[in-house]
Design a protein around this ligand. Structure first.
Ligand SMILES: *[C@@H]1O[C@H](CO)[C@@H](O)[C@H](O)[C@H]1NC(C)=O
Length: 184
């Protein structure tokens, strides 16, 4: 009985290979594992191949210079809730939204971020949501040029040119672990 089951499963696999589910993209956490523990916030193109267009620095700026990627710590707040909400911290301080701008600063009030719940972000990965906003860009080059340094990033107004990005999570394993700032 067991042998025939194995054989029939093997036959099925040969006849119709099951598509690979949730293949990790650029070390990005798959859906359900994003914005947990310590990680980098990676900027992925909202279209095409969802290419990896850099990361956010510790102050929340967008950079394409890998040596300037920040380390973020996520503090989960939603035990018992169906949709995960969390706060983000770096060595610069809590991360927040000012107007439409993302930033991290010692004087910032930590923003209550969530996961983008609608199907128009990147399949198979968690994208950051702030209220009903998530898709981001700079008012300059998108992505910023390595030479121009990190740039302010904000929720798109659709006047920006270039490639818009979602904020996603690349977990750090064995990397620097920051101590989360205690919340009152
Ligand atoms: C990338 O960042 C490092 C560290 O800040 C800096 O030394 C280097 O010059 C930068 N690279 C470019 C191309 O700007």
């Amino acid at each position: 009985m067991r042998i025939s089951t194995v054989l029939s499963l093997a036959g099925l696999a040969t006849a119709a290979p099951v598509p690979e589910a949730e293949a990790p993209k650029f070390g990005i956490a798959p859906a359900g594992q994003g914005f947990f523990g310590a990680g980098q916030v990676r900027t992925l193109w909202n279209q095409g191949d969802h290419s990896n267009l850099g990361c956010l620095t510790n102050t929340g700026l967008w950079t394409t210079n890998e040596s300037q990627c920040g380390t973020f710590v996520s503090k989960e707040l939603t035990t018992g809730h169906s949709v995960k909400t969390f706060q983000l911290f770096t060595s610069a301080g809590p991360c927040s939204i000012y107007g439409a701008k993302f930033y991290c600063d010692k004087n910032a009030t930590p923003f209550l971020f969530g996961l983008w719940p609608w199907p128009n972000s990147i399949p198979g990965v968690d994208s950051l949501r702030a209220g009903q906003y998530g898709l981001m860009a700079t008012f300059g080059n998108n992505p910023p040029l390595k030479e121009e340094g990190p740039q302010e990033i904000h929720f798109v107004t659709y006047r920006e040119t270039g490639k818009y990005v979602w904020l996603t999570w690349a977990p750090l394993r064995g990397g620097p672990i920051l101590t989360p700032v205690p919340i009152e």
